[in-house]
Design a binder for this molecule. Structure first.
Ligand code: GLC
Length: 433
């Protein structure tokens, strides 16, 4: 039986009403659309949903999660594609002696790193159009004109905010001798998920990322591309702020690199939910409700816990139980037996349940805007939390189908969505001439 303190924690993490959060999200979105003050944004992509007939071979870069991924993508039309040579590198690899996420690295150095990866999978003799998925808030004036508004997800690379992303990438490609590669599309990863999903499934009207970060985009029928089609809009949903915060959320926020910002993201995404779990664990140790870790344990280090442990605590398979035991051992917590592990599972459930509930509430708000415009509704989603956390996608789907009457909502996982979507965006841009 969980103790009073644990019940208190569960109550602090409970979503009081999905409906109320959803209405608050809808109201914030409406304010943003009217140009009024809002925690949501209306960032134009200048792209519309693809037809599925786009074709050609493209270079696609995915920058914005834990790894940079560069890939050759061949679009075959009829919603089909193949992927070719690819390379991926972490943004930070301390064993290799680099970390591109701190102010010690400049925007130039960051893009030199990315361009060097592009060189590894291309030949300098052929012409290629390139699509770049750059997963941060960007102000765009055209598909290939994007300026970084600010960093999120604890990145602070210097000399990049306010800079033109295409020029940074273009210069870096030229330094590598890649004069025949032309960046033609710069898109957010949510836009990439939508493009990739809609390429094969025409009912996709939203794209979302539930990974290191969290964000959502959708097709807004009142805003149009240059050719008069509904435009895909990045809402920067991770910044949604009409959410009830508790003491752990406040602690996390105050110690983050962007206090007061990205409230929803800090409750739902892979960068942060492990940290919430760690903060609760330390609190329970402090109150002698759990045995204390040794001083040398990594559990004392901020942001040292990733979301995988939360998923393992939910699962009941052998792999999960092994991972949990190893995780505890590595942190000097091997004395935690069945009752402590049950308590950790209750905490993990509280954090994950809130995360999926809040995400579902935000999706509901957008889907209801789209209902009536589209009869079938589907959301294309990518990201490690969606893909790997036990039960996460099923929970969201259940909330959505309870909240939307009269149509079935499908969640479509777009594996490699950031790369495939970047290629589709490049194809749409080239076709428009
Ligand atoms: C952060 C970024 C956003 C991105 C999301 C998912 O919220 O600000 O642009 O889409 O992470 O990667």
């Amino acid at each position: 039986m969980p103790c009073a303190k644990v019940r208190e924690i569960c109550a602090a993490f409970a979503v009081e009403s999905i409906e109320i959060v959803s209405q608050a999200f809808a109201a914030e979105l409406e304010r943003a659309l009217r140009g009024q003050n809002s925690s949501l944004s209306i960032l134009p992509s200048f792209l519309t949903s693809p037809s599925g007939e786009e074709q050609g071979e493209y270079i696609a870069i995915d920058f914005g999660g834990t790894n940079v991924r560069v890939m050759r993508v061949s679009l075959l039309g009829d919603g089909r594609y193949t992927t070719g040579r690819k390379v991926a590198r972490p943004l930070a690899d301390l064993a290799q002696g680099y970390d591109l996420t701190t102010p010690d690295t400049t925007g130039e150095e960051l893009f030199d790193f990315i361009a060097a990866l592009v060189k590894r999978i291309t030949d300098a003799e052929n012409d290629y159009a390139l699509g770049l998925t750059f997963s941060y808030p960007m102000q765009q004036k055209a598909i290939d004109k994007a300026v970084l508004i600010e960093w999120t997800k604890e990145i602070k690379t210097s000399a990049t905010v306010g800079r033109d992303i295409k020029s940074l990438l273009g210069q870096a490609l030229r330094k590598q001798g890649l004069h025949r590669i032309e960046p033609v599309a710069i898109i957010n990863d949510t836009v990439a998920a939508l493009m990739a999903g809609a390429y094969s499934h025409s009912e996709v009207c939203m794209g979302s990322i539930c990974g290191t970060g969290h964000n959502t985009c959708y097709l807004e029928s009142s805003l149009h591309t240059l050719h008069g089609h509904p435009m895909i809009i990045n809402t920067e949903a991770g910044n949604f702020s009409s959410v009830r915060v508790n003491s752990y959320d406040r602690h996390l926020d105050q110690n983050s690199l962007d206090p007061g910002k990205q409230r929803l993201e800090k409750m739902t995404s892979g960068k942060y939910i492990g940290e919430l779990f760690r903060l609760i664990l330390l609190d329970l140790m402090d109150q002698s409700l759990l045995p204390k870790a040794f001083q040398e344990s990594s559990i004392w280090h901020p942001l040292s816990v990733d979301a995988r442990i939360l998923s393992s605590l939910r699962g009941h398979g052998l792999t999960e139980r092994r991972y949990l035991q190893q995780w505890l051992n590595e942190r000097g917590l091997s004395v935690y037996g069945a009752s402590e592990q049950n308590l950790l599972a209750v905490i993990a459930e509280a954090i994950l349940g809130r995360a999926s509930g809040l995400i579902a509430a935000s999706f509901l708000a957008i889907l209801r805007r789209n209902k009536g415009v589209h009869s079938d509704l589907a959301v294309a989603i990518d990201g490690s939390i969606f893909e790997k956390v036990t039960g996460f996608s099923a929970d969201i789907e259940l909330f959505l189908n309870q909240g939307i009457k009269g149509s079935v909502v499908r969640l479509i996982h777009t594996a490699d969505g950031s790369n495939i979507g970047a290629a589709v965006a490049a194809a749409q841009t080239t076709a428009m001439g």
